[in-house]
Design a protein around this ligand. Structure first.
Ligand code: C5P
Length: 218
């Protein structure tokens, strides 16, 4: 019989600053899953575009992705609003998405043996990267709450930005992510909707944990 606690694949999609990253991280830790924040890959490429303008082209990106180590994605420089905005622009390029997809698919389906599976979050994970995921979630929250959370995060990182600017930038990013032709953000019919607006981090975690436990303990 297949061990239900092994080879678990969790797919999460969410708009910007909905709390998906925090949740995915705690769920991954709890079930010992490889966690990949796929937005960070687009952010890394956006950062290369901003910081290495002259070298930036598809073969440069291809080489970078080939050598990519998940740890590099923890670079704090990737968290700025400027990088996030640029990420949503370059994320519309289909050739670039294909390069990034193979990295993501490999993480999802072939995590290192020490893990019990994988958990990826992004915009097209539930229907493009892991369409056969064991668990699918769409995590969202009210736009003002998302902007407030992102504003608090950026302030902690000592970024000089106003709440109004953050709100505007998130609205712009939503518009672009939901309406683009390639890999738009959407909630698939088989994803469980979690609205984190009025829930604590712990309450969100327990909501997801209950759903997972019900299935793997049965
Ligand atoms: O999740 P995060 O806000 O860091 O993502 C930055 C941008 O990268 C998103 O606004 C989106 O345009 C893009 N992205 C994407 N597909 C993913 C993850 C992120 O297009 N799977």
């Amino acid at each position: 019989m297949k061990n239900k606690k092994k080879n678990i694949k969790i797919a999460i999609d969410s708009p910007a600053a909905a709390g998906a990253g925090t949740l995915a991280k705690s769920i991954s830790k709890h079930y010992n899953l490889l966690y990949l924040d796929t937005g960070k890959i687009y952010r890394m490429i956006a950062y290369l575009k901003i910081s290495q303008k002259k070298r930036y082209n598809m073969s440069f990106i291809k080489k970078k992705i080939k050598k990519l180590n998940i740890k590099e994605l923890q670079n704090k420089k990737l968290l700025s609003d400027e990088v996030g905005t640029e990420a949503s622009i370059i994320a519309k390029n289909n050739i670039l998405r294909k390069l990034v997809h193979s990295f993501q698919i490999n993480c999802a389906y072939n995590p290192p043996k020490k893990f019990n599976g994988s958990c990826l979050d992004g915009r097209d994970i539930t229907y493009k990267i892991i369409p056969d995921a064991d668990f699918k979630f769409f995590i969202t929250a009210n736009i003002n709450i998302r902007a407030q959370r992102r504003f608090d995060e950026l302030r902690k990182l000592k970024k000089r930005i106003s709440f109004a600017e953050v709100l505007k930038s998130i609205k712009k990013r939503d518009k672009s992510d939901y309406n683009r032709n390639i890999s738009p953000l959407k909630k698939t019919r088989d994803s469980v909707l979690i609205n984190t607006s009025n829930l604590s981090k712990r309450a969100c975690f327990l909501k997801i944990k209950n759903i997972i436990d019900k299935k793997i303990n049965n």
